[in-house]
Design a protein around this ligand. Structure first.
Ligand code: MLT
Length: 311
């Protein structure tokens, strides 16, 4: 091993996920842990580093995930500290959960599961009560229904292509890129000229934009007003992309049938029409391993060789 690679790097890891990536390198080149002082690098998943003191010793930050909104990126850039993330590495996992939630909403599974758990009596009584459930929770099927996708990055494109395979009509819009530049997107995806155009047609809307100044509170009262009645809105983007007051208005005016969000919310969690998850989109064995490997490779390449890739 060349002499310059013999240095031991101190990596402050605030999540076990790093293990998948680090275990492929010789252990003697790292000191890894939660209590490392004067770290060369910090490796996080969703741990919030905003307004935290980033030690002077830090030369790089790794984020095992696509979004970097938990990292003070402009400050780090000013200090010449690169931030490495993992776009695409967990996209399939997020897509699968978004699709699961389409089915969940279409078949009213959350209230139906609760209803079934609360039934009481012998088997005959349970069967009779189940008859009520059939009426209460009768759902809809997805083929022929229109899914509007806002944000056509890696995840949005995967959701679009899978929804088409389910027989859905798909209409896409991306506030950042022109749809023509969204590679890997089936020609069958209809191009919306505006958000209004997308909302006019969609019975399901799935949001997959990154959190930027331009996307913060993107889903507001105006957006909700433009929707059809009884729409299911999925948010696998970030909590801050949605104005939660507008969601309450959407529920009260029957614009929204369900709001499914991958982010817990104090304001919304007791609403019957709101289904919240504890940010599980990227939580699969495969995605966690992909993210860890991708971020650690970038971090080590930078610490050892000064190379900057994928930022
Ligand atoms: C992402 O930005 O890709 C996700 O927040 C990753 C995660 O949930 O860890």
């Amino acid at each position: 091993m060349p002499e310059h690679q013999r240095k031991t790097y101190k990596i402050l890891t605030l999540n076990q996920i790093a293990h998948h990536g680090l275990c492929r390198f010789p252990t003697e080149i790292f000191q890894v842990g939660k209590d490392i002082t004067e770290p060369d690098a910090i490796l996080v998943r969703s741990h919030n580093l905003l307004n935290q003191n980033i030690p002077i010793s830090v030369k790089a930050i790794g984020r095992a995930g696509a979004g970097t909104n938990n990292i003070p990126v402009p400050d780090m850039n000013n200090r010449g500290i690169p931030v490495f993330n993992t776009p695409g590495a967990n996209a399939n996992a997020v897509k699968e959960l978004a699709l699961a939630c389409l089915f969940l909403a279409a078949r009213n599974l959350v209230p139906a599961l609760q209803f079934a758990k609360n039934l009481q009596g012998d088997d005959v009584m349970l069967d009779n009560q189940a008859e009520d459930g059939k009426k209460l929770f009768s759902g809809i099927e997805l083929p022929g229904r229109t899914l509007g996708i806002i944000g056509l990055g890696e995840i949005g494109r995967l959701v679009a292509n899978s929804a088409l395979r389910l027989g859905m009509k798909v209409i896409g819009y991306d506030p950042q890129i022109t749809i023509d530049s969204a590679w890997n997107l089936s020609a069958e995806v209809k191009k919306a000229n505006s958000m209004e155009d997308l909302l006019r047609h969609s019975e399901f809307v799935s949001v997959h934009v990154p959190l930027l100044n331009s996307t913060r509170q993107l889903i507001d009262d105006k957006f909700i007003k433009l929707m059809k009645q009884n729409v299911t809105l999925l948010n696998f983007s970030r909590r801050e992309v949605v104005n939660e007051e507008a969601i309450l208005t959407g529920i009260a005016t029957n614009k929204l049938k369900y709001y499914v969000s991958d982010f817990p919310s104090q304001k919304l969690q007791h609403q019957q029409s709101v289904i919240t998850l504890p940010h599980l989109g990227a939580s699969t064995q495969e995605a966690e391993e992909n993210c860890a490997v991708m971020v650690v490779d970038q971090l080590i390449d930078y610490l050892q060789n000064g190379n900057i890739t994928h930022t």
